[in-house]
Design a protein. Sequence first.
Length: 128
Amino acid sequence: MRHRVAGWKLGRTTSHRIAMTRNMASSLIEHERIVTTLPKAKALRPYVEKLVTMAKEATVHRRRMAFARLRNPAATSKLFDVIGPRFKERPGGYTRILKLAKPRLGDNGTRAIIEFVVRTEESEADAE
């Protein structure tokens, strides 16, 4: 039974899972849309949403807390300079997960797109 077992293990060790989550969060912040598997997208969503909530108020302490989670200076600066102000008035729900029809080649895993609800014009032009 899985009573009181929180979080997604994703078939990885703890250090690998933490590194993978940091990398995926940095990629999502930099590109504003990534394609991954559905379980990884579901595990990533609360991690990124908490970072965006943190970035709504740009204090030094919050920047340091976000950098401690991301370990990527470019992603941290974009999070506080672009993404945080964009969602200033929104109370939550900054990301969406869209399931893709075709499964992943190799292991037939369900693919999904995780993206920000409101995106910049440059990132929308890159996606098309």
